[in-house]
Design a protein. Sequence first.
Length: 576
Amino acid sequence: MKMSMLHCPTLKEAPKEAEVQSHRLLIRAGYMRKLAAGIYDFLPLGIRTLSKIKQIIREELDRAGAQEVLLPAVQPSELWMESGRWEQYGPELLRFKDRKGTMFCLGPTHEEVIVDLVRRDVRSYRQLPLNLYQIQTKFRDEIRPRAGLMRGREFIMKDAYSFDVDDDKARESYRKMHDAYHNIFRRCGLEFRAVDADPGNIGGTLSQEFQVLADTGEDSIVSCPACSYTANIEKAELVPPPPPSEVYEGNLEKIFTPNRRTVADVTDFLRIPATSLAKTLFFVADGKPVAALIRGDHELNEIKLKNALAATTVYLADDASVVDWTGAPSGFVGPVGLSGNVTLLVDPCVAAMPQCVTGANELDQHFVGVVPGRDFPLNRVVDLRLAKEGDPCPKCREPMAFFRGIEVGHIFFLGTKYSIPMKCTYLDERGNENPMVMGCYGIGVTRVMAAAVEQHNDDRGIRWPTPIAPFQVHLITLGTNDDDVVAASDMLYQKLLAQRVEVLLDDRDERPGAKLKDADLIGLPIQVICGKKSLEQGGVEVRTRVNGESRVVSLIQAADVIRAAVVESMAQWSNT
């Protein structure tokens, strides 16, 4: 491809709203343009990279036994009502009516549609296992789209769905997809971790995220350096604390704490560490009041709270509700004497405290000498807190480390979550009807592109891994008014094309400095510079974008040397 024919409008400055490197560089290098908040046009270079990622995905999923389909983006509401998710999914589900008044949604995911397809066509155990996948545009109406492709509203996603006769066979399908995902992300040149995760709105009993390690990632990951345990912070298991080593026999005492509402206020006033205070947080879970009690130096994990309650919706209660339930405003509430209408959940770290400070359910008052189990019940002791740096690993007890990650893939063991309510069944050998056991597997294709840029860039631009670079070689002609330079460039360009090397020829009538800056910004793996100076030195300069290594190669040998460098670079990311 010649740049004089390519639509690749590079920019000197990034848009002001660009928050992360991938957003800045993909816009500046001419890979994409913003249409609306969280919605982007993809230009020719962007399409080529996305096509490379899709091809890798297709090769690995086909190898794992999956088959490609294409499902509608517009989905009828009745399917979502069958599964029970029409109201559960939340405002991210874009709902609308057609001209006849029938309700539809723009698909954020396709569990309901694929189940409907399979239940109409598959009736016998002989037709299972079955694994179907698609690569398609999705839409989720994010309230605050941000970070370019990291958190967009419209995005390209690969979603796959497996159907099996029982749990054992379904877990085998899950394992195959787990292995395929490792191959996919390795071939895309990503450094990643597979982490235990919460299934969220998709559901199921087993879930893993594939997280690309990057400082700009939205997700926190805990990982043990001493063993293989790795998890999203929301899912991280925590080692239960030992029981109290002493028994506190003092009395409960009420203390005047004027205007002391926060943990810092109360601990400073009483001159105690935050580890001596238990804070009470109030929530509404499926319309019912809930109090969660955690230690003052810990943060509540709302995902764990929601899972412990088996609730569909959980949100923080407003001040008026807290006063109605306890008689006191937030900051002065606690578990002592709490109404029986409020469900109380206690974190194990609070249950293990010999005594603590809590709110007294009275304005400007706190209790000291509160003994868990004596002064408030311990009927429901459950892990409620977020993991933090240095927490012991639940597997080997070594201190865990924290990383930032970008979620590029998520796999779920769904079981019969969708097949039972939607009556997706098969007949076994004896003619008995059974629900199919499902798995679900997603990859954010556009997010993979962004994550690759986050991991592979420098202060000059992108540094693509060769397998997903839009072109393998950037041939830069310095001096389009010099017949010898132009002739040498054209000859090398044709030789590379004949050897099936993907090459982008910069034949534009631009200043050498502008061409070299654009080449670094676009980020193709191998740069070949053909100019008067290089020809006088005996050939062309071959430069590796990732490390800047450079050498002059004779014009006669250049095509073979460059092709060999491409092959070597591709092999670096191969999973074979």
